[in-house]
Structure formats: structure tokens, C-alpha cells
Design a protein around this ligand. Structure first.
Ligand code: BTN
Length: 260
């Protein structure tokens, strides 16, 4: 399938806050490479991207499946460069999801674009984008924001469980998108949201809540040592997921969510 022009690093650097782009035709994982090279990065933010990942990683033990035509990349940055207070760093994953949601909404109108806590983006009832934020113990001041966005990829050859849960922007709009344009909009939106986060965390959380995929739904959250079931009430000021169980309101800070 023809998926539009490849990424032009010069254009990305001219039009966004990214200082340097390294784009591979094939790599194991952009996040893995970024984490292994943190000490070599001088001028941030840096972007590492790939047309194809052979070992793309998702949250937990998951892998990231993306046929050709998707966008898979990592942005490496220092939250302090955006005056993001340390106590707000745990909210970063919510903010990144919000930024991507806003960018996707400029291209997709046929389905609602919503946010599934903590940082998946959904088109209608299916996942269009996943985010994996990582850091390394020796470089706690830097974060690697890995983004897998289904732009023009098809899931025809994908394993069954992925085919029924994933969707691409092109699959919804029945048209191909210029991946460079999409990438630039995602990066512009990311910069804007991070700048807003310096002063207006509460506003961003309010905005996040208005697009929450889970609010009002009955869900199950698998934590490491237990599973909690209840009705989702949204998120609180610290980004915790609020779950009304039979006994009380639970605040959850991590876990994998399944709709019931
Ligand atoms: C998830 O939904 O579980 C997160 C998926 C994150 C995938 C992206 S693709 C670019 C970057 N490199 C990786 O190996 N993973 C992230």
C-alpha cells in the first residue's frame, strides 16, 4: 500500500520544537534505542522514529503491533525544560494522551476521539494510539515518550485479538493521510500541552475528563496483586482513576483496564 511521503527530518525540525530527528527504515524499538543512548543526547527534544519496528514494546509485557503505514517514534525531552513541577510528572502520560487526541481530532471527524486511562487514544470503540513513557535510573531528568499511532496501517494480517480491538485513522476516514503532516501536528500539540502544564494543570485535567472513554462504564482494573471492579467515575486531581465499587470509591494509580 502507498502510504505517502516519508518523514523529512529537516521539515520536522523547522516546524516543531524538535531539535534533531533520527529516522530508521527498520529498528527493534525506538524506545529501547533512546533509553540506551540517553547520555549521548545534548540538544533536546530529540525524535527517534522508524518505518518498522521488529521489537516494538507496549505497556507491561505487551508488544506493539503496527503494520506498515503507522507512525512509531519516541520523543526524548527534559520535563524541567517545560517548567513542569516535579509533583506533576506522574501526570505526564495523561498530558501526552491529551495532546495526541487534539492532533488526531484535526484529521478524524467520523468517530469520537477519546482517552482511555492512563494513556490510550480511542477512535469510537477501538484503540488508535498507545503511549509508553519510560526513563532510566541514571538519567531521571529525561523521559522517553514512545508513541505508536495507527495512521494508514491496516490490521488485515494482524492477530485476531488485535484486529478486533485496533483501528487506524485511515480505516475510519477511508482515506490515506500524509504521515509527516500528522507527525508535525502531534508534536505541535505536545509542545503546547507541555507549556500549558507549567501553569494550568487543573485546566488540562478538566479537558482530559471531558474526553474520558471510561467514565460511566463498568470496568475491571487488573493491578499487580488484585483486580478491582466497579463503575468508572473519571479521574481526580492527581490523575488517579476513580472507581465506584460496591463498598467505596477506589483511587487507582496503575493497572490495566478492561470494559465489562
Ligand atoms: C501501549 O499501548 O501499550 C503502548 C504502545 C507504545 C508503542 C510505541 S511505538 C514507538 C515506541 N517504541 C516502542 O517500542 N514502543 C513505543
Amino acid at each position: 500500500m502507498y502510504c505517502g511521503p516519508v518523514i523529512d527530518p529537516e521539515v520536522v525540525c523547522q516546524q516543531t520544537f524538535i531539535q534533531k530527528v533520527t529516522w530508521f527504515s527498520e529498528i527493534d524499538s525506538t524506545n529501547t534505542l533512546a533509553l540506551s543512548q540517553l547520555e549521548t543526547f545534548d540538544c533536546l527534544p530529540i525524535l527517534i522514529g522508524a518505518d518498522k519496528q521488529t521489537g516494538g514494546r507496549g505497556r507491561g509485557q505487551n508488544s506493539w503491533y503496527a503494520g506498515s503505514g503507522g507512525l512509531t517514534f519516541s520523543v526524548i525531552l527534559r520535563p524541567v525544560d517545560f517548567q513542569l513541577e516535579h509533583r506533576h510528572w506522574p501526570l505526564m502520560s495523561l498530558f501526552v494522551g491529551l495532546a495526541i487526541r487534539e492532533a488526531i481530532s484535526q484529521f478524524v471527524t467520523r468517530e469520537p476521539v477519546s482517552l482511555k486511562w492512563p494513556n490510550d487514544i480511542y477512535l469510537g470503540e477501538r484503540k488508535v494510539c498507545g503511549v509508553l513513557i519510560e526513563s532510566a535510573p541514571q538519567h531521571r531528568d529525561m523521559v522517553v515518550i514512545g508513541i505508536g499511532l495507527n495512521v494508514n496501517n491496516s490490521f488485515d494480517g494482524a492477530p485476531d485479538d488485535i484486529r478486533c480491538r485496533a483501528v487506524s485513522m485511515s480505516g475510519v476516514e477511508i482515506q490515506l493521510f500524509n504521515r509527516q503532516l500528522v507527525l508535525v501536528e502531534v508534536l505541535k500539540s505536545l509542545e503546547e500541552v507541555l507549556q500549558t502544564a507549567a501553569n494550568s494543570v487543573a485546566d488540562l485535567l478538566t479537558e482530559w475528563r471531558s474526553h474520558c472513554f471510561l467514565t460511566g462504564r463498568r470496568i475491571k482494573v487488573d493491578e499487580i496483586h488484585r483486580t478491582v471492579t466497579g463503575n468508572c467515575l473519571g479521574i481526580d486531581q492527581e490523575g488517579a482513576l476513580l472507581l465506584q465499587t460496591d463498598e467505596k470509591i477506589e483511587r487507582l494509580f496503575a493497572g490495566s483496564v478492561t470494559l465489562l
